[in-house]
Design a protein around this ligand. Structure first.
Ligand SMILES: [Fe+2]
Length: 231
């Protein structure tokens, strides 16, 4: 139930209004970003710790890091352009619409790569008695059935991502195919395990043998990081 309590307008980095709250749930917990947070630009993280990961050559990883840095730079660029267009009173223009559409692609390109790199470099396998394994078995019948489905999702023709999502509504785990970076994300679900299946993620090392890359990916998963994403 909504209760009219206050009206807030926050101003974004480029001067554009980014949040207007005229009415909010009485128990709402919208986070109010600090001055520092709302004016920050995204910074590329350093994943050089992954160099040396079995199954991933140094050249492939370095190329991949460079691509990721491009998404970070472009996310900042798109946000700046969007804010400037709004400030200039050009929000109803095709330019604004196109840059707004672009934001989902660049932002997800940035964030998915971070989730991907952060679920690599693991030393231990999936704990068969852990909550994640139990949730996989509950959702798919067995951990093996989940893995088979995830590998098949990643092996689909096309460029994109295989993502294991957790639906917080009922705890169900579902493997999704994300087309490119931005198509088919399930609203409100939590990404647990992310696998990049754009060709740049494997072709240098494996050519067209995507299944071999998926095998290497599974050997390199940091299951501790994956488990920690579930709440
Ligand atoms: Fe990638």
């Amino acid at each position: 139930m909504l209760k009219r309590r206050e009206f807030l307008v926050l101003t974004g980095a480029g001067g554009a209004a980014v949040l207007a709250v005229g009415a909010r749930p009485a128990r709402g917990r919208i986070r109010i970003p600090s001055e520092e947070e709302r004016t920050m630009t995204y910074t590329a993280k350093d994943y050089s710790r992954l160099i040396g990961t079995a199954g991933f050559s140094e050249t492939l990883l370095k190329n991949h890091f460079t691509l990721y840095q491009g998404y970070v730079a472009n996310t900042n660029k798109v946000l700046d352009i969007m804010a400037q267009l709004a400030k200039d009173g050009k929000a109803a223009t095709p330019e604004f619409a196109e840059i707004k559409r672009r934001l989902g692609w660049e932002f997800n390109g940035m964030r998915l790569h971070e989730l991907y790199f952060e679920n690599l470099g693991g030393k231990a396998g999936l704990d068969p008695n852990g909550r994640l394994a139990k949730a996989m078995a509950a959702s798919f019948g067995s951990v093996e059935a989940w893995e088979k489905d995830f590998r098949a999702t990643g092996a689909m023709r096309g460029i994109g991502w295989a993502v294991l999502y957790e639906d917080p509504v009922n705890g169900r785990l579902i493997n999704f195919w994300i087309n490119e970076h931005d198509v088919a994300h399930p609203a409100g679900c939590r990404p647990l395990l992310i696998m990049d299946v754009f060709e740049h993620a494997f072709m240098l090392d494996y050519g067209l043998k995507r299944a071999d890359y998926i095998e290497a990916f599974f050997k390199a998963v940091d299951w501790t990081a994956v488990e920690a994403r579930s709440k």
